[in-house]
Design a protein around this ligand. Structure first.
Ligand SMILES: Cc1cc2nc3c(=O)[nH]c(=O)nc-3n(C[C@H](O)[C@H](O)[C@H](O)COP(=O)(O)OP(=O)(O)OC[C@H]3O[C@@H](n4cnc5c(N)ncnc54)[C@H](O)[C@@H]3O)c2cc1C
Length: 298
């Protein structure tokens, strides 16, 4: 029998009433699947500081699911970041996804996703490893960090990038969540290299169910995520055919997750983009059923 992985779901803090409704509709569908945790992102340059806090604390209070707050180093002093972390601890949030973050996009094309042109704040934490160390001083948080199976776009080499991940884990991170990827072999090679480098923290694959292929390609290019030719071909011509695209997207994500589970992965993190349909379908096909259904079937 195929193993059933545990899962986690990532959301972003919504803007406006409609966004809020869409997020909560998704949470109501995804929460019964019993994720190990959910996480809420932190907008570029700290732009969602209040909204991230409000969303994380509300999800944890209303669903009882452990919720993690993403936190970045960008555009803030150490004292400011420490104060945000303390406020999370006081609000009962025990898990932080500690990131360097990317600079807000500039008019000349620098900055933004992928982080080219990042300059540390003079009084701030410079890199994610510094933030992990700072968080350890604030409270006994569970800390997750980012990992890049296809190498972070700014890293001078894959080895330097892996060494950076090792330093983040040695500083106290207990889990690495990867950037999304479509080349499973790249993930598996990365996991082997991490193990050989002495990284004991689990490397959790980040899976992006495709709701908008063009956007995924654009995002992927900035984050060093290769789009295999077979994958692009599958989605070719489906821009105006959302129903077929949705079925294709579910199939490729399920195949990807099944392969990873067969290779020993026991936890999968979904980038939900605040949508539930695909993630619910993928989870069902991986054997994850709403807890109420499972109880009724027992
Ligand atoms: C799971 C996940 C969640 C994310 N959530 C968010 C979010 O909520 N908000 C957001 O803004 N972004 C988010 N990001 C994006 C992330 O902030 C960017 O990818 C960023 O460019 C790198 O962040 P990091 O934490 O990996 O940085 P780091 O680990 O600090 O590494 C960044 C780069 O700097 C290099 N480096 C490390 N130390 C040094 C040094 N001392 N000198 C020179 N170079 C160094 C590394 O090799 C790497 O190339 C997320 C990414 C992932 C994978």
């Amino acid at each position: 029998m195929t193993a059933v992985p545990s899962v986690s779901f990532e959301f972003f803090p919504p803007k406006g009433e409609k966004g809020e409704e869409a997020l909560w509709a998704s949470i109501r569908r995804l929460a019964p699947l019993g994720p190990a945790f959910v996480s809420v992102t932190y907008g570029a340059g700290g732009s969602t500081r209040e909204r991230t806090h409000a969303t994380v604390t509300r999800i944890q209070a209303e669903t009882g699911i452990p919720a993690a707050a993403h936190l970045t180093c960008v555009a803030a002093t150490r004292e400011e970041i420490d104060a945000i972390a303390r406020a999370y601890w006081e609000a009962g949030i025990r898990h932080i996804v500690a990131l360097r973050g990317d600079p807000p996009p500039n008019a000349d094309g620098t900055g933004g996703l992928g982080g080219r042109g990042y300059v540390p704040h003079p009084g701030g934490y410079a890199y994610a490893v510094d933030l992990v160390e700072g968080l350890r001083r604030v409270a006994d948080f569970e800390i997750s960090v980012a990992a890049f199976p296809e190498t972070h776009p700014e890293a001078p080499s894959a080895d330097v990038d892996l060494d950076n991940l090792k330093r983040k884990c040695d500083a106290g991170a207990t889990r690495a969540i990867t950037q999304f990827f479509f080349d499973d072999d790249a993930f598996l090679r990365f996991r082997d290299r991490a193990a050989a480098a002495g990284i004991r923290a689990p490397i959790v694959p980040g899976i992006l169910p495709i709701t908008n292929f063009a956007k995924a390609v654009e995002f992927g290019e900035k984050c060093n995520c290769a789009i295999p030719a077979w994958f692009a071909e599958l989605f070719d011509g489906l821009d105006g055919d959302p129903e077929t695209r949705q079925m294709v997207a579910a199939k490729v994500a399920v195949d990807q997750c099944r392969r990873l589970v067969a290779e020993g992965v026991d936890h999968v993190h979904f980038y939900t983009l605040n949508r539930s349909e695909l993630t619910v379908a993928i989870c069902r096909m991986l054997g994850i059923r709403p807890k109420a259904d499972a109880a009724a079937a027992a």
